[in-house]
Design a protein around this ligand. Structure first.
Ligand SMILES: *Cc1c(COP(=O)(O)O)cnc(C)c1O
Length: 396
């Protein structure tokens, strides 16, 4: 997955443009910047590539989720439904705007289960946030139907699935708003960065202002700009955008490598008894950043992960035990270890959540192994890896 594996001359050249002018900020300084607007250029490229009207580049994927939430008018006491298998950033963004994270089950897609979403809806629910984990998507038709029925916002966290599609549309472009991360380990990287995309001009206008202290970005005198509403600073730096611009131009090259490496690994495991691949919703195409499969039970999965490591197959993950991606280890959230006071609704929401049963998700996750698909492997290395994985898993 990581774009950093292929960091090279093109990334360096874009960055040099910025260093040469010394304008490290994305806004203003028109006369000094030698015509370089890397953030703007990357936004335009991203909007085109994702077939949407608007893209707003931000300082991180977490910032993108937070700005998305704020731009949809989400605030204190509003409920946001999201899955128990995700990255902590998803609920951090919800908490950042004072809203209540309502974490629900996943299904065999390893993403938000539409049935569980339906059961979790209350009169406070405002947003449904599927997280397209490990390169593949939630059942977006079913989620869209639910959102339409209840008048909810569909916010796609596509941070781990950039370049994947659903029924021909890029992931992130299907909901009211979609978010990407360009942190150092994502398929496309800025070093640090993120973006939101939308077809809604009002969500975009709000995101543009909110992420820059409420600046309305009219005229040429920053100091004289108006602030129609309260904002924050979630700006990306021009340097980070320069790296991302070079990387985003290569996205289809990256995706092709991922798909090729993924296909070789998958082919090797195809006929092994007791291995089942994660379900891809009908009409979906992954970005192939991870190969995900289920073993028969937890014991087998634990054995498999140990044996894979022993055989020198690195970068395979057992998320069930992971501190950052699965609810079991989110003690800081469960114990509400916030540096400052949390709102009453949030405290109550977390208390209710702690009591819930997630045995459905536990059943999927305790059997899941995810192997990262890298961009920098030689063909030799992929074939060797495939052979090793095959041997280990066949002999379990
Ligand atoms: C990486 C990631 C984020 C957050 O992105 P950052 O740029 O690291 O803040 C959010 N959600 C998911 C699913 C991620 O994988």
């Amino acid at each position: 997955m990581p774009g950093f594996e292929l960091f090279g001359d093109r990334e360096r050249a874009e960055t040099r443009d910025v260093l040469d002018s010394g304008v490290l900020m994305r806004y203003g300084f028109d006369a000094m910047r030698n015509g370089h607007w890397k953030a703007l250029e990357m936004e335009s490229l991203l909007a085109t590539r994702m077939q949407v009207k608007h893209a707003q580049l931000l300082s991180s994927g977490t910032a993108a989720l937070t700005v998305a939430m704020a731009s949809c008018g989400i605030g204190a006491g509003d409920e946001v439904i999201l899955p128990v298998f995700t990255f902590v950033a998803s609920f951090e963004a919800v908490l950042a705007v004072g809203a209540v994270p309502v974490l629900v089950d996943i299904d065999d897609t390893l993403t938000l289960d539409p049935q569980s979403v339906r059961k979790a809806i209350t009169d406070k629910t405002r947003v449904v946030m599927p997280v397209h984990m490990c390169g593949s998507m939630a059942d977006l038709d079913a989620l869209q139907t639910i959102c339409e029925e209840y008048g909810l916002i569909l916010l796609e966290d596509a941070c781990q699935a950039i370049g994947g599609t659903y029924k021909g549309k890029p992931l992130g472009s299907i909901g009211d708003v979609g978010c990407f991360s360009f942190d150092y380990v994502k398929t496309v990287t800025c070093g640090e960065g993120g973006a939101l995309i939308t077809n809604d001009p009002e969500i975009y206008r709000r995101a543009d202002h909110y992420s820059d202290h409420g600046h309305d970005h009219t005229g040429t005198d920053r100091g004289a700009e108006e602030h129609p509403f309260l904002g924050y600073n979630f700006r990306i730096s021009e340097l980070n955008a320069a790296v991302g611009l070079a990387q985003l131009r290569r996205i289809d090259e990256f995706l092709k490598i991922q798909e090729m490496n993924y296909s070789i690994l998958k082919e090797g495991l195809q006929d092994i008894q007791g291995i089942e691949f994660r379900r891809i919703p009908e009409g979906g195409t992954q970005n192939y950043s991870f190969l995900n499969f289920f073993l028969a039970d937890e014991e087998k999965a634990r054995l498999a992960i140990r044996e894979l490591a022993a055989a020198g197959v690195d970068s395979c993950f057992y998320w069930y035990d992971n501190n950052w991606h699965y609810h079991k280890k989110w003690d800081h959230l469960k114990q509400m270890k916030s540096l400052g006071h949390l709102g009453e609704e949030v405290l109550q929401g977390i208390k209710n959540w702690r009591k819930k049963d997630f045995s459905i998700s536990d059943n999927w996750m305790s059997r899941t192994i995810s192997c990262l698909v890298k961009l920098s492997w030689s063909r030799e290395e992929v074939l060797q890896r495939s052979e090793r994985m095959r041997l280990v898993l066949r002999n379990l």
